[in-house]
Design a protein around this ligand. Structure first.
Ligand SMILES: *Cc1c(COP(=O)(O)O)cnc(C)c1O
Length: 715
């Protein structure tokens, strides 16, 4: 680990730093240490060990090791471990974790040594690390979670900075009519893998920010994600007036005042928390614009402490700042009025010694348009030197979308590049598939996942073995859906299973398959063999059209024509996603091009033997090669959305009837679909080495972090 992070971990979190202390730890102590580092969540043998301790508790705690251990009365945990002869395994995994944390050898030490001195601060409004830590709503959060895990594996010193949402994101319930209802739980903090850092005086470290004539105080939580740390700010502390305690209660909840205050806490408060913990980041990475106020806070530090002029301080800050934009959809870009900005950030503006107009200019596409509100994305673009979209196509779209921020530049000259997203493989890979990879690719494949040749031996896996492994995963999925719905015969474990799970935003067009119900009914009861559909996904609480789409699907699941062929799984989260991406044969993706910036769920499917059937948008536009999955349409964009919808629907039905279904049911005497299995292999061999998070993080290192960190040392 990096020295600053290591010192923080041992000083503040009370890590057992010395070998003697480690050796002296009891079995209970070792289990506790394991449960407090989210490293467990991408090590299936460690998960398995927790599960064995109490299989029922494992399910009832939503796979939360800390909650699981708490269920054992004092003393009984060690006894239980002894009964199950788990002690050696516990000690083994504990040692593995210590070795992982203490190791000096990593990709980073070999390839990017310059980054080992000061950590990268990775700011994100959401972090999706595991279903038991509800700090995410969807793709952005899951990406951030996967990012930290890969940074840890690569030995890149990184600190995630986010907010602690005591009520998380909502749980989805569907009422009798199929309408989405949002329920907010209260997370039991003592079951989360977080600790409060304390100062020399033994008191928890807090940070403070002016807030409309009052002071907003926030506590800090630290979670450990392998070798990286995640700092989470929490406004629910007694120092705060009652109306501010709930500020961080909900992710994306509340009005625009809540919104701007959350973002001030994330950006300004996040940077203050890093300082309070003695962390001096070499690079600030803004994962989406929510955290862009960090740029202003860093600039303030330079103005007030180093005596720089505002413009110089801003330029130097931008040299160490990386910005990733994630969506071409307008609602994804926060905008605040000049009045709100002055009320909430007037204090910071004064400290920066600039007038209202200059501050507003930083957030306007047209700086001198007094009517234009302050856009967080524009501040991010102006406050960073390394900027990227999240797929090749999205890079083009982002350059077009923000051309006016660079007057006099053509679209191609706009300085926004792209780094395509990837997934943290071992967080999404089924255990059985992991074992298959270990056997055929060699156990060190994870360390070489970004090399094309690592995946070549997939070609020599026997068709029967690969098919059997995937078929068992399909069965797990079907069992899971049946269990969840309380209907044991809801679906068929042998049917061609098509999954569609994503946020129900209208541009994703989740109901496109329902365009022609007669034709759909015919497809699902195909003569070649049975086909079934599994849907899941939440709509944003304020998105009534999105909720309407869910209702439409739920109504169809009740139509007799579709009995046993269609299911909607409630409350999409990381756990549901894991079952789906591991078990489906086909992953359907139907966004209105080019509005899907990247999409990552389809990448998760690749590693588990599923095939993508997708519009050529986001990552699929660059990944599809004609044989490694299926495409809907040829990428042509029609100006009229209704015509586009109709055309894509027809194309989708045709594709299913003429290609997908016949290929899946074209079996030999042993029941093996060789043509299909060829495609599964080709999908893995052409996509696995590129669409993983190690490749993504190393791209950020070479294109953004190394130059940005160099910018720091030269200033
Ligand atoms: C992977 C994932 C996403 C992102 O999927 P998209 O392809 O971007 O729609 C969203 N939610 C969950 C729970 C995920 O696991």
């Amino acid at each position: 680990m990096n020295r600053q992070l290591l010192s923080l971990a041992s000083r503040i979190l009370g890590d057992a730093g010395h070998r003697q202390e480690q050796d002296a730890l009891s079995i209970e102590g070792r289990l506790r240490e394991l449960s407090f580092n989210l490293w467990w969540n991408w090590h299936p043998q460690v998960l398995e060990m927790f599960r064995e301790l109490d299989p029922r508790g494992w399910v009832e705690t939503n796979h939360n090791p800390i909650a699981l251990l708490k269920r054992f009365p004092t003393g009984e945990l060690a006894q239980r471990a002894a009964e199950l002869s788990l002690e050696n395994r516990i000690s083994f995994h504990y040692r593995r974790l210590q070795e992982y944390l203490g190791s000096e050898q990593s990709w980073c030490s070999a390839q990017a040594g310059a980054l080992r001195v000061n950590p990268i601060a990775y700011f994100s409004a959401e972090f999706g690390l595991h279903e038991s830590l509800p700090l995410y709503s969807g793709g952005l959060g899951v990406l951030a979670g996967d990012y930290l895990k890969s940074a840890s594996d690569l030995g890149l010193p990184m600190v995630g900075v986010g907010l602690f949402y005591a009520n998380g994101y909502f749980r989805q319930r569907l009422d009798a009519s199929g309408w989405q209802r949002e329920e907010y739980g209260v997370t039991e903090i003592e079951t989360l893998p977080m600790r409060r850092p304390v100062g020399a005086d033994g008191a928890p470290i807090m940070i403070r920010i002016p807030c409309d004539g009052e002071t907003l105080t926030a506590g800090i939580w630290i979670a450990r994600v392998g070798r990286t740390l995640l700092l989470l700010l929490d406004s629910d502390v007694e120092q705060n007036p009652a109306h501010l305690r709930g500020l961080t209660g909900r992710l994306y909840g509340g009005d625009e005042v809540t919104r701007i205050r959350q973002e001030i806490l994330l950006g300004v408060g996040g940077l203050r928390a890093l300082r309070a913990l003695d962390l001096r980041p070499a690079v600030l990475h803004l994962n989406e614009g929510h955290s862009a106020f960090a740029v202003l806070e860093r600039t303030r530090e330079r103005v007030e402490e180093d005596g720089l002029l505002f413009e110089d301080a801003l330029r130097e800050t931008s040299l160490q700042t990386v910005f990733t934009t994630h969506t071409p959809v307008a609602a994804g870009h926060d905008r605040f009025s000049a009045d709100l900005m002055e009320r909430e950030l007037g204090w910071l503006r004064s400290a920066l010694k600039v007038d209202r107009d200059r501050l507003m200019q930083l957030g306007r596409v047209s700086p001198h348009d007094g009517g234009e509100p302050f856009c967080m994305t524009v501040l991010s673009l102006r406050g960073s030197r390394y900027r990227n979209g999240v797929s090749s196509l999205h890079g083009h779209v982002a350059r077009r979308m923000w051309t006016d921020v660079w007057p006099g530049h053509t679209e191609e000259e706009v300085p926004i590049g792209h780094i395509t997203n990837g997934i943290h493989i071992r967080s999404w890979l089924a255990l059985s598939m992991n074992r298959l990879f270990d056997r055929h690719l060699g156990a060190s494949w994870p360390a070489h996942q970004s090399e094309c040749r690592t995946w070549l031996p997939i070609a020599s896996i026997s068709d029967a073995e690969l098919w059997e492994t995937h078929s068992v995963l399909r069965r797990y999925l079907i069992d899971f859906v049946c269990r969840r719905s309380g209907r044991p015969d809801l679906l068929n474990p042998h049917a061609l299973t098509i999954g569609f799970a994503r946020r129900f935003a209208t541009y994703k067009r989740g109901t496109i398959l329902l365009t022609d119900l007669d034709r759909l009914a015919k497809i699902l009861s195909n003569v070649n063999g049975p086909v079934q559909l599994v849907f899941a996904g939440k709509a944003h609480p304020a998105d009534n059209p999105g909720k309407g789409l869910i209702k439409q699907i739920v109504e169809i699941t009740r139509d007799a024509r579709f009995a046993g062929r269609l299911a909607f799984v409630e409350d999409y989260d990381i756990n549901v996603a894991r079952y789906l991406v591991q078990g489906v044969d086909v992953w359907l993706n139907t966004p209105l091009r080019p509005l899907e910036a990247c999409g990552t769920s389809g990448q998760k499917v690749v590693f588990n033997g599923g095939l993508n059937l997708s519009v050529l948008d986001g990552w699929w536009a660059e990944a599809y090669d004609g044989l490694n999955g299926f495409a809907i349409g040829d990428g042509t964009v029609h100006a009229n959305a209704a015509i586009q919808w109709h055309r894509d629907a027809v194309e989708l039905y045709d594709k299913l009837e003429n290609e997908v279904i016949p290929l899946f049911f074209d079996r030999d005497a042993a029941g093996l679909p060789h043509g299909w299995i060829d495609r599964m292999k080709r999908s893995m061999m052409t996509l696995a080495w590129r669409y993983n998070a190690d490749r993504m993080v190393t791209d950020y290192v070479s294109r953004s972090y190394l130059p940005a960190a160099g910018g720091l040392s030269s200033s």
